[in-house]
Design a protein around this ligand. Structure first.
Ligand code: F6P
Length: 534
């Protein structure tokens, strides 16, 4: 498929001209004054998610040019290539078919036949594994002896399940605790193990590759702890979630749930990596989670560009990054249950689109992924919102709000109303600003935000929200012409750490650069810290 590079399209040139003429001085307050229907015109329903885009620095002309850009970059064809299982992850020669993990069985949805016909075998494997995993999840839920589930994994094998288990705590089984150990820092594992008994603990060793140093180090230490504490039956207390079943067997684990190389690590919470979620919310809940995501897949696959929410969000991301030059986006979920969403989205956005070369490996002359960061509201308001309102940089904010708050585990009166009042007020304040005679108390306003609203935080709406984010990252990655599905940038550090580890013991600094050698000498475990200046 020959796709034009975004900066070589007529639409890119038109957008540059538009930015100079109307874009850079665009004022949201004027836009609302000029168009009483702006809210209706720039908001939309998508499956399980309502999105208000009206407080973004766009108008109808700008959106039309962005849709032209999408067309001229072949976005729709590239999307269809993903959905038909073409190996769009070129550097790893793999398809990117995480959407298949949430598709109903082949034949159940007639409209999918065309798309998934070629993938019927994969889909059959997906459902066989899903059925087995969910049966196992139900077994664990019914096993009163298991009170603590410890997920050992990192990156996509940690962030997704951890975020979702926290997010869905209202729906989680009572009487079981969930722990997530990711860091190679032994303090994390030791802190979790200190409160556990082997006979009541189930370890889930989650690793796509089953080779990741952090996870394997923690897994070995957990097994040593289990045996040292008199734990008897590794077969019952250790389960592996991996594509590398052979390595799990070598480790001594008999119960494994597999997945496939066409599932990227950061897209894997829908696969066996989602087992902690399934144990927490049960088989029916996990199926709702998948169904919510599938509804968003179908929206992305079939809706016209102008009403396609992942497309609209991804294009706004490009508009901000490449024309306004904004370098970051802040995510502000007004929900304590969504407190790990920013961390989850950091991997999704920055591991996917933090790339500097095109699909052929040629350096790009334009910017790609923004920095993504954030904390749940209202906490962020008392930390960095100062900078969002009055700092020198404009940071688009993405608010996520839940209309109906959880009724379990709390039904404290008044809290949810205050939470909603705050999220509305922050979005309003960023946009409106305030003139106060200049100086310290002035708010410039005209600071853009997107507002995503869920009716409830449920398995289905969370599934849809995550799939929405996956697809918007796909859209900007497709426009930028990069491979959103590889992650070569994580490799160098891993290799260097392997070289350095024995040097910490031996003190051998041969061939190291001056700084690393100096720090190595200071870090030698068997030596006193030398005094400054020596
Ligand atoms: O190092 C980055 C990475 O490969 C991520 O992409 C992945 O989610 C994480 O490590 C964990 O990998 P694995 O599941 O194979 O242990």
């Amino acid at each position: 498929m020959n796709r034009l590079r975004c900066d070589q399209t007529p639409a890119w040139t038109a957008l540059q001209a538009f930015f100079e003429k109307a874009g850079k001085d665009f004022d949201l307050r004027d836009a609302f004054a000029a168009d009483p229907a702006r809210f209706a015109n720039f908001s939309q329903d998508a499956p399980h998610v309502f999105a208000d885009l009206s407080k973004n620095l766009i108008d109808a002309d700008c959106q039309a040019l962005l849709f032209d850009l999408a067309r001229q970059c072949g976005l729709e064809q590239y999307r269809d290539a993903m959905f038909s299982g073409e190996p769009i992850n070129r550097t790893e020669r793999r398809a990117a078919m995480h959407f298949l993990l949430r598709s109903p069985p082949f034949g159940e949805a007639a409209q999918q036949r065309g798309v998934f016909e070629k993938r019927a075998d994969d889909l059959a494997h997906v459902h066989a594994t899903l059925d087995a995993m969910l049966a196992y999840a139900e077994q664990v839920r019914g096993d009163d002896a298991i009170t603590d589930i410890v997920n050992i994994g990192i990156g996509g094998s940690d962030l997704g399940p951890q975020m979702a288990v926290l997010a869905l705590s209202e729906f989680a089984i009572v009487g079981k605790r969930f722990h997530f150990v990711s860091n190679i820092d032994g303090q994390e594992l030791a802190g979790v193990l200190a409160a556990l008994k082997p006979q009541n603990t189930l370890f889930l060793i989650a690793s796509k590759t089953f080779t990741t140093t952090e996870t394997m180090t923690n897994a070995h230490s957990a097994r040593d702890w289990f045996e040292a504490q008199g734990g008897k039956n590794i077969g019952r207390h250790f389960v592996a979630l991996t594509t590398n079943v052979a390595a799990a067997h070598d480790f001594g684990i008999g119960t494994t749930f597999g997945f496939w190389d066409w599932v990227g690590g950061r897209y894997s919470l829908w696969s066996a990596i989602g087992l902690p979620i399934a144990i927490a919310i049960g088989a029916a809940g996990f199926r709702e989670f998948l169904a919510g995501a599938h509804a968003m897949d179908e929206h992305f696959r079939t809706a016209a560009l102008a009403q396609n929410l992942p497309v609209r969000l991804g294009l706004i991301d490009v508009w901000y990054r490449n024309f306004h030059g904004f370098t970051s986006r802040s995510i502000a979920p007004y929900s304590s249950a969504l407190r790990r969403l920013p961390a989850y989205l950091q991997q999704l956005e920055m591991e996917s689109n933090g790339k500097r070369v095109d699909l052929d490996g040629k350096a790009l002359p334009y910017a790609t992924a923004p920095v993504l960061w954030g904390e749940p509201g209202t906490n962020g308001q008392h930390a960095y919102f100062q900078m969002l309102h009055q700092g020198t940089s404009v940071v688009p904010v993405e608010f996520v709000a839940i209309k109906r708050g959880a009724t379990y585990p709390h039904d404290l009166p008044g809290h949810h109303e205050k939470l909603l009042a705050n999220v509305l007020a922050q979005a309003q304040a960023l946009m409106l600003g305030k003139k106060d005679g200049g100086g310290h108390k002035d708010f410039p306003g005209n600071r853009p935000s997107t507002f995503l609203l869920l009716e409830r935080l449920s398995p289905a709406s969370l599934g849809a929200l995550i799939a929405l984010q996956e697809h918007r990252v796909f859209v900007s990655g497709a426009i930028w012409g990069i491979n959103s599905f590889d992650q070569w940038g994580v490799e160098l550090g891993k290799v260097l750490a392997k070289d350095i580890e024995p040097r910490l013991a031996s003190g051998d600094a041969t061939g190291l650069d001056g700084s690393t050698a100096g720090l190595l000498r200071r870090l030698r475990c068997d030596r006193e810290m030398p005094h400054e200046g020596h």
